[in-house]
Design a protein around this ligand. Structure first.
Ligand code: NAP
Length: 281
């Protein structure tokens, strides 16, 4: 599994991970099998959140990683409405308990809310000092919000920004990725398959994906993932509740697209103009 340095954390993390949003409605034993198969294949970055299934998904993830905690780069997120200083400490304890672990590798603020960011970040620092989290980051932050966060923490503290990124939504390429690069942060792209709305094989873009996949001996989704992780500091976290999907996604890490493949994909799925607001789901 290809790895890449995760921001300035000093840790090398696989370029492809595993999302878990919505897994509470999937068949529980299949999901656990899929997550464990992912671990076998090196997809050790598991992304979850207190929001997912109102805690139910963290319990599923806890079951999947039981006995294998040391292998996993385990990520969870605090909801903005809980993200006061005390609320963040409490939310983290509750996530740890549901996940059956005593630390998170990474803890994120799910999106910007009404509570002062300084309070959330102070709680993250406290959790890190107490060994409850190894590092922290943000999610759904636009370039301006990133600047505010950096003005509060100083350099090298915020590990990543987790943001929407797929072939038909490349808005973060305008400002967010350059800002993260300037600050030495990882960019974790969520919903890499458009949250289940992957380009159909009969669409113009879908045909290009199929042609490249045919030449590369890959699948269209592998081509899409390879594009989304084509350079530093990009990571992707597809969600897959089925073993065959996990296996398909894992193999994308070793697919290298040619410059011509990338040019064709950029043309088939144009970046578009700079978005007025950060694209989110
Ligand atoms: P996604 O990963 O874009 O798409 C998931 C869908 O694609 C599922 O229906 C899945 O099917 C299917 N799929 C996965 N691999 C496949 C394959 N190889 N072939 C065919 N189908 C495949 O959707 P997402 O869940 O929205 O995003 C991924 C993760 O990002 C989330 O789970 C979550 O962890 C994170 N996320 C974060 C935020 C945030 O605000 N920070 C927002 C949204 C998502 P099966 O499940 O049936 O296998």
């Amino acid at each position: 599994m290809n790895v890449r340095e995760f921001g300035t954390t000093g840790r090398e993390i696989p370029v492809i991970g595993q999302g878990t949003w919505g897994m509470e409605v999937d068949d529980r034993s299949s999901v656990i099998r899929a997550l464990r198969r992912g671990l076998d294949l090196g997809l050790v970055h598991i992304d979850t959140a207190e929001m997912y299934g109102s805690g139910a998904v963290e319990r599923i993830v806890g079951e999947a990683v039981a006995g294998r905690r040391g292998e996993v780069f385990l990520v969870s997120k605090v909801l903005p409405q809980n993200a006061t200083y005390q609320g963040t400490l409490r939310a983290c304890e509750a996530s740890l308990s549901r996940l059956g672990t005593d630390y998170l590798d990474l803890y994120l603020l799910h999106w910007v809310g009404d509570h002062p960011l300084a309070e959330t970040l102070r709680a993250f620092e406290r959790l890190a000092a107490d060994g409850k989290i190894r590092c922290y980051g943000v999610s759904n932050f636009d370039a301006e919000e990133l600047e505010e966060a950096f003005s509060l923490t100083g350099a090298g503290r915020i590990a990543c920004n987790q943001v929407l990124y797929h072939l038909r939504q490349r808005g973060i390429e305008h400002e967010v990725i350059p800002s993260c690069e300037r600050h030495g942060m990882a960019v974790v792209g969520y919903s890499p398959f458009g949250s289940g709305r992957f380009p159909s094989p009969s669409s113009a873009g879908g045909k290009v994906l199929q042609e490249i996949a045919g030449v590369q001996g890959a699948t269209p989704r592998q081509v899409a993932l390879a594009f989304l992780i084509r350079r530093e500091p990009l990571f992707a976290i597809p969600k897959a509740a089925r073993v065959e999907h996990v296996e398909d996604n894992a193999a994308a890490a070793s697919l290298t697209l040619s410059d011509e493949d990338i040019r064709r994909l950029e043309q088939a799925f144009p970046r578009g103009g700079r978005p007025r607001t950060l694209p989110t789901l």
